[in-house]
Design a protein around this ligand. Structure first.
Ligand SMILES: NC(=O)c1ccc[n+]([C@@H]2O[C@H](COP(=O)([O-])OP(=O)(O)OC[C@H]3O[C@@H](n4cnc5c(N)ncnc54)[C@H](OP(=O)(O)O)[C@@H]3O)[C@@H](O)[C@H]2O)c1
Length: 227
């Protein structure tokens, strides 16, 4: 496969970090971000100079603008934009989930993802090629008691992706992608120690990294899942 430039949000932990390492070993270049500056520094020290990892909060309009402009200045519009960063809330009935947590979830998962999409999409359209992959969830395709607010944000990601898909010119595609259940901080936060029964992120990424790069505009608007 030819060299790809990939913008990846939320690459400091979990699925994002596993994807970064997998794409590194495949020879691709990642422009990644995470909120936590210390984790970003540690990751920079681990991965080679080929990648550029930045501290960016996707919920912050100015940070997303500065970051996207710097990425586009350095490398042009990416081949792939992978909107992976998201947060979850502690499982509870919806009426007992604090409103601040619900607000935060929508700010990051829906509005943050939308900001990143709006920051990169015009350049990708101008370039005429590219794929956008928005991390969804099984929780974005059916109801999930205890995680109603999180599930609502993932249904929003499915709806946003499928609607934008109808607006895109030929040559560009956008899909919502469900990763299955993988043992990350997010899953442990939700389900505690039982997360040990789920897939290892490194093994998940071995298949998922190649699968994501196999997506083409022919998949535009489809709900897809990693193998
Ligand atoms: N794990 C699963 O089984 C599973 C299942 C279904 C869907 N998903 C989806 O897969 C994606 C990755 O999940 P995960 O399990 O890897 O989660 P995770 O372990 O909690 O990692 C989340 C990543 O997102 C970053 N992030 C969070 N908020 C951010 C913000 N405002 N700005 C920038 N970066 C931010 C975190 O960076 P910092 O450390 O710097 O905050 C971290 O790198 C999410 O979209 C999730 O909804 C996961």
């Amino acid at each position: 496969m030819s060299h790809k430039t990939i913008v990846l949000t939320g690459c400091t932990r979990g699925l994002g970090r596993a994807l970064l390492h997998a794409w590194d070993s495949m020879g691709h270049t990642v422009f990644g971000c995470g909120r936590n500056a210390e984790k970003v520094e540690a990751l920079r020290a681990q991965v080679g100079d080929r990648h550029r990892i930045s501290a960016v909060d996707i919920a912050d309009e100015a940070q997303v603008k500065n970051w996207s402009e710097a990425v586009i200045d350095a490398a042009g519009s990416p081949d792939f934009l992978v909107n992976n960063a998201a947060v979850v809330h502690r499982p509870a009935p919806f009426w007992e989930t604090p409103q601040e947590e619900i607000d935060k979830l929508f700010h990051v998962n829906v509005l943050g993802t939308s900001r990143v999409l709006k920051a990169f999409l015009p350049g990708m359209i101008q370039r005429g090629t590219g794929m956008i992959v928005n991390l969804s969830s099984g929780a974005g395709r059916s109801g999930i008691g205890g995680l109603a607010a999180y599930a609502s944000t993932k249904w929003a990601i499915e709806g946003l992706s499928k609607s934008v898909a109808e607006e895109l010119p030929k040559g560009i595609g956008i899909v919502p992608l469900s990763p299955g259940m993988v043992d990350t901080d997010m899953l442990r936060f939700c389900y505690g120690t039982t997360a040990g029964n789920y897939r290892n992120p490194r093994l998940w990424a071995q298949a998922a990294a190649a699968y994501i790069l196999s997506l083409t505009p022919e998949h535009n608007g489809r709900s897809v899942s990693t193998p």
